[in-house]
Design a protein around this ligand. Sequence first.
Ligand code: UDP
Ligand code: MG
Length: 311
Amino acid sequence: MLTLFENKTLAVVIPVYNEGKALEANFQEIHRVFIEDGITCHYHFVDDGSKDDTWSVIEALSKKYPQVTAIRFARNFGKEIALRAGVESIDADFYLTMDSDLQHPPSYVKAMIETMARENADIIDGVKASRGKESLKYKLFARGFYSFLKRITGLEMNDSSDFKLMNRQVIDSLRDFRERNLFFRGIVSWVGYKVVKFPFDVAERQAGVTHFNFAKLVLLAMNAILSYTSKPLYLTIFSGLIFLIFALILGAQTLYNFFFGHAISGFSTVILLILITGSMIMLSLGIIGVYISRIYEEIKRRPRYVIDRRL
Ligand code: UDP
Ligand code: MG
């Protein structure tokens, strides 16, 4: 038993989506490592509306292991919401969030707990020291995304992951977030508290393939930006100002030509102007539209997720 956890409980929250094939073996591996390292904990699965036999695997696990509980979403709500539902639906003194595919190696957890005790931290934040077997496209995208995010939100989240150990206070603060759309990593770093970064090497995925294709990643990135900042809205004002300056200069020139007799011969300027202003207006409207759709979604106050079953 690790000293930090004397008389304290640890909940390990694991979101799963269509992981039926490898889940049992992966769970047994996690459990084996934890027993070896003297970590006693409770496992809490969130079945994110899997379409395969994931739920029956979890049911079987919970029959075999009394420390396994789970909730099942009525449909796929996505990992961000699954993580949040997971930490909200179980009581513990400490919470660990990890992937089910062993890419967040359980062998690091002992050191994470020790770091938490030593540094008296509230959050141990797993950061990817090496990104394992990821395609170059993914790596470049992730790098570009995080530096963009840092520029516009000021949040330093480079190589961040959902492999995190948090105490109860942090989770209690997350419960106060009323928004439907959220970026789990983002709100965890937004709430503050004492965060200690913990580098780990991402392992290779055990069975199956990643659920995040390029399109889903772009959506995740957009979600992260939209749920954090309204700065893109100000960009539209900025571009508007630039075009106003152009308009003034060209307007003055046109009037000058008009009054002094040499009317403009070329239509190219007109065409260019229409094209440029038109696209700027459409772009700005688009940005405004995205935010309005967000407001609309939030204002409906729908439940953030629907739980179908509990174990
Ligand atoms: N996951 C989930 N809902 C989803 C997609 C993924 O709960 O809609 C889970 C998945 O089962 C896994 C974890 O989130 O436990 C990480 O997913 P994945 O390995 O596909 O992502 P990657 O490691 O490639 O980022
Ligand atoms: Mg994975």
